[in-house]
Design a protein around this ligand. Structure first.
Ligand code: SF4
Length: 398
């Protein structure tokens, strides 16, 4: 799984940004360009709106295995996931000082409580609990989300951001549409030729996009795709094609992703760094741009454990994802104590049983350091697919 030529340099730069938990790149950006930088927690934030007001959106995904938690543990019970502890640790350690505020999207009680911690500890910063709707009627949830976004835009302007301008917002929507297409295109290439795009490389590239301005992220995506697409040294191996489900908020350590690949799995779809793919397709650039963002959130978002769905819809969406990427199995890979992921898991595994799709499940935290047990589990899973699924339509057609 080596990186070659141009790809190696690109991945190295992305990996440096992945480890930039102290946001040195954001400090450099602000020193060069001024303006506000606003952090956001997983898994969706109105980045177009921030961009249109001249604000740098900065994705916060915890400290991974780069941060030792000392003070963060004091804020949460031991039976809570790890991400909020490392975010508190980074905040109290001053590593997030460069941010002018943080958005806390409504995805679970833990994030809600984290917004309260932030309000108490950082009273001079902008702290917004982004209360996104679970009612998707445009007259109800749509009107509510629009008022949330208008209020956010006003708060940003009060702190020195440009006032929200419809034309600027349309341009920012177009910028993120282009970015989303580039990400989806990389996912498509990995689905077709997973040996060309090791997931750990794709992952650090996506993580780099959490810190970079969207235009620079575009350049990184384009350069990476060009470098790997023509790289004939990347040849197929006999690996099992799997989907990794459940890692949409707290992220697995990079070593765990590498371990899954080394254990004999090609990851052909996943939930990592989901903000880049949370919306399916383009957001309209015609008409009222704020309404377009609201409409996209209501009707174009992916099925997620953090969103209400009609009974059966999430299971059907997972079955379709598995079918669409020609996966031979599913790895349910969720953070320990992640209520949204783990509450959905029984229904999802039942759906996989009904569809005849093999699956296995394990948990992690962002600072998990020992991968041997997971390697054995994933390796055995991949071997069993290769040994006993030889006559399934998916394997036979390859
Ligand atoms: S990992 Fe799960 S429980 Fe923890 S903050 Fe994220 S969504 Fe909430």
């Amino acid at each position: 799984m080596s990186t070659n030529g141009g790809a190696a340099a690109i991945v190295e730069r992305a990996e440096t940004l992945y480890h930039d938990v102290g946001l040195a790149s954001v400090r450099r950006h602000k020193a060069a360009h001024g303006g506000l930088a606003i952090g956001y927690l997983p898994i969706w934030a109105p980045r177009e709106l921030l961009h249109a007001q001249g604000v740098l959106p900065v994705g916060l995904m915890g400290g991974g295995d780069d941060v030792e938690i000392i003070r963060g543990d004091a804020y949460y019970q031991s039976y809570i996931c790890h991400l909020p502890r490392s975010v508190v640790e980074l905040g109290l350690g001053g590593q997030l000082d460069v941010l002018d505020g943080v958005l806390f999207p409504a995805i679970c009680d833990v994030i809600r409580n984290l917004s309260g911690v932030w309000q108490m500890r950082f009273p001079d910063k902008l702290v917004r609990y982004l209360d996104v709707p679970q009612n998707f009627d445009p007259e109800i949830g749509g009107a509510f989300l629009r008022s949330e976004l208008e209020s956010l835009a006003a708060d940003l302007a009060e702190r020195g951001a440009r006032p929200l301008d419809p034309d600027a917002l349309r341009a920012s929507i177009a910028a993120y549409n282009r970015n989303r297409r580039l990400v989806v295109d990389l996912y498509d290439l990995r689905r077709r030729e997973p040996w060309k795009i090791p997931t750990w490389e794709l992952y650090v590239v996506l993580r780099a996009g959490m810190l970079l301005p969207v235009e620079q992220f575009d350049e990184l995506l384009v350069a990476y795709r060009a470098a790997v697409a023509g790289d004939e040294s990347r040849q197929p191996l006999d690996q099992a094609r799997v989907v990794v489900i459940g890692s949409f908020c707290e992220q697995p350590p990079l070593g765990l992703i590498k371990t899954l690949e080394r254990s004999g799995c090609y990851i052909v779809d996943d939930d990592f760094v989901q903000v880049h793919r949370f919306l399916r397709g383009d957001v309209d650039t015609d008409g009222d741009p704020l309404d377009a963002i609201v409409r996209a959130f209501l009707s174009s978002a992916i099925e997620s454990p953090t969103r209400f769905s009609a009974p059966g819809a999430k299971s059907a969406a997972l079955a379709e994802r598995v079918r669409a990427c020609g996966a031979e199995g599913v790895l349910f890979c969720a953070p320990s104590f992640c209520d949204p992921a783990l509450l959905d898991q029984p229904l999802a595994t039942r759906a996989m049983d009904a569809a005849g799709v093999p699956w296995t499940a394990f948990k992690y935290s962002e600072n998990t350091g020992q991968f041997q047990v997971i390697r054995e589990q994933a390796g055995t899973f991949a071997d069993s697919i290769k040994l006993w699924s030889g006559d399934t339509p998916m394997r036979a057609s390859r």
